[in-house]
Unconditional design. Structure first.
Length: 182
């Protein structure tokens, strides 16, 4: 998280023809240099609309376009490839998830190991069957609680905030929705 921005010139005054917004930030400008979302949402439309920007493209702009193309290719075979490999925000969230107050808990006697929670997880972070005292999810878990909602067994999976139950699986007889405890 520190080495890549530093190697790419973070902390320097950033002004140049390859930047649509020409202002000095003085900040670690990692996202402006390599973030594919910015390239896709602002960089490409800017290149299409403004011929002056196309004429003044630097190696950094070409690098960003190449990175975007590579990550779009990776997205075809792997979910969230940028978030998992390059995003500093994703790395910080993974580190901080270890100390989260919101935790998932599986009742081992109620869990049938049907893997509905695994199929419902948008980040492929759910770990099942969870062993007694083991991790319920990897550091990539966003705690969206889709797994709790998808669980077909009543009270087999719950989410606890600071030890207090905040959501619990309702089971297949109910509307497949998590009960949110007040």
């Amino acid at each position: 998280m520190i080495a890549v921005p530093w190697a790419l010139g973070g902390g320097e005054e950033k002004t140049g023809a390859d930047r649509v917004v020409k202002q000095s930030t003085g900040a670690l400008d990692y996202c402006a240099l390599v973030c594919p979302a910015g390239t896709l949402e602002a960089g490409l439309p800017g290149l299409v609309v403004n011929p002056a920007i196309r004429k003044d493209m630097s190696w950094k702009s070409w690098l960003k376009l190449g990175l975007l193309a590579g990550l779009l290719g990776l997205a075809m075979v792997s979910r969230r490839s940028f978030c998992r490999a390059l995003c500093p925000l994703g790395a910080a969230m993974a580190v901080l998830s270890r100390s989260s107050l919101l935790r998932l808990e599986t009742d081992q006697s109620g869990c049938t190991r049907c893997r509905s929670c695994v199929a419902a997880c948008p980040t492929n972070a759910r770990v099942v069957p969870a062993i007694e005292g083991g991790k319920e999810a990897t550091a990539e878990c966003l705690t969206c609680l889709d797994c709790v909602t998808a669980c077909p067994e009543p009270a087999a999976l719950c989410a606890k905030l600071g030890g207090r139950t905040v959501a619990i699986s309702r089971g297949r007889d109910r509307a497949r929705e998590a009960v949110h405890v007040a």
